[in-house]
Design a protein around this ligand. Sequence first.
Ligand code: NAD
Length: 496
Amino acid sequence: MATMNCGRALTAGRLSHFIGGQFVDGGGLTLENINPATADLVNVVPVADSVVVDDAVTAARRALEGPWRRMSEQERACVLRKVADGILRRFDEFVRAEVLDTGKPASLAAHIDIPRSAANFNSFADQILTLSTESFRTATPDGAGALNYAIRVPRGVIAVVCPWNLPLLLLTWKVAPALACGNAVVVKPSEETPTTATLLGEVMHEAGVPPGVYNVVHGLGQDSAGEYLTRHPKVDGITFTGETKTGVAIMKAAAEGVRPVSLELGGKNAAVVFADCDLDRAIEGVTRSVFANCGQVCLGTERVYVERPIFDEFLAKLTGAGAALRMGDPFDKATTMGPLISKSHRDKVLSYYERAKAEGANVILGGGMPELPSRFNSGFFIEPTIWTGLREDAVVLREEVFGPCCHIAPFDHEEAVIMAANNSPYGLATSIWTENLARAHRVAARIEVGIAWVNCWFLRDLRTPFGGSKQSGIGREGGVHSMEFYTDLRNVCVKL
Ligand code: NAD
């Protein structure tokens, strides 16, 4: 039986689940949340068993009978803005928690993760107020006609399953629209990064989100909290961000009960750099897209194609930029690259580094583990790495590595580079670098992805559709597309 604590996310180094507006322990088993920069313990995390998950889903269902669903959209928007304000008021605390869980530089968490998490709540508060539906006057044989119109109703209880690379940002990207639409959510954050989702429970409570509308359960995926949640028959919809193979498992779970899924999955994204690009801008953008967050960004670039006349210069400059990255204390302003998330993920990325060599790559930069001051030597740091010379069918060019690495290949013709970029089972994102406007539009339309950036990367307008093609996902979130997933559309037909 779950026990209640005094109402804080973290008590004596131990995190809690957040269920029905209360921080609760429970589940028996625990996990150790490890700081990837030092391998030190951050906190101990309870693992939800099926009873705890059922408690959370039941609390969410009960909340749907309460005030949340009956509130006007204006009232809900007002509460969501208070959540955004609450995150910003506790900005430093959120930054610190995200840095301890992920090891990413505090400058990155302060620039991207936390402000964009608050922005998610403000943006979807705006969007719920402008959401419209269609209506039709319908002719009838008696001449009086009928009026058809549509209303949007909340889907119900939404399961939100999240990864570790941008923990609070990706969680709020789903939670904010789900709540704006009047749903209740049960969130399962990644076992690697459980803290900010839990802290958000305090913010939700302070902002006046009714008990049970936002719930958090901790644990692993398969045969654990993630699977119990996604298989739970009282969950009405599932939104997931993570690996493609996990997406497949979740889609199978969702088939039982015919529940809708929104899947944001892996990628193997190409950057295409034409000789007529603004080279400095392209180097700056590709450096970020390859190495930001230690390469652990789903939208990041792992394949770079550069038009032959500038290939050597581009390679030299990108290598210089990679070599200039500074690893170490994430709280030091001079640190520009953190560690990988865990030892097991580093083992995986290192296995690709070895595989690249075995497949005949020229290792232009990195390829191994760095030497760091003793405090950080136990962390899961890895060298930024650049390869050339691989064949297009090399495993390292086919599979998502999710580390700070890329392969750079020259190309001669636009048509050939489009084919190369599309030669992947994934279709998440691309970035195209050219000063030729006609070419930019032409190539952007032909690369098979959910998002094509031109002369930029990771520039987001939250009203735009976001998601992946091919094995990078199903559905789109963002703007009205999120609202479509988090609501059910009902047609009302009135005979006049
Ligand atoms: P993951 O799939 O291993 O785990 C994601 C979440 O799913 C975790 O909370 C995990 O506990 C849970 N989970 C695992 N197995 C499950 C199961 N059988 N049933 C239910 N839940 C389960 O992904 P990860 O390693 O945390 O994240 C990295 C991956 O996420 C990369 O592939 C990356 O490309 C992808 N990603 C995609 C996007 C996007 O928007 N498309 C964004 C960020 C990350």
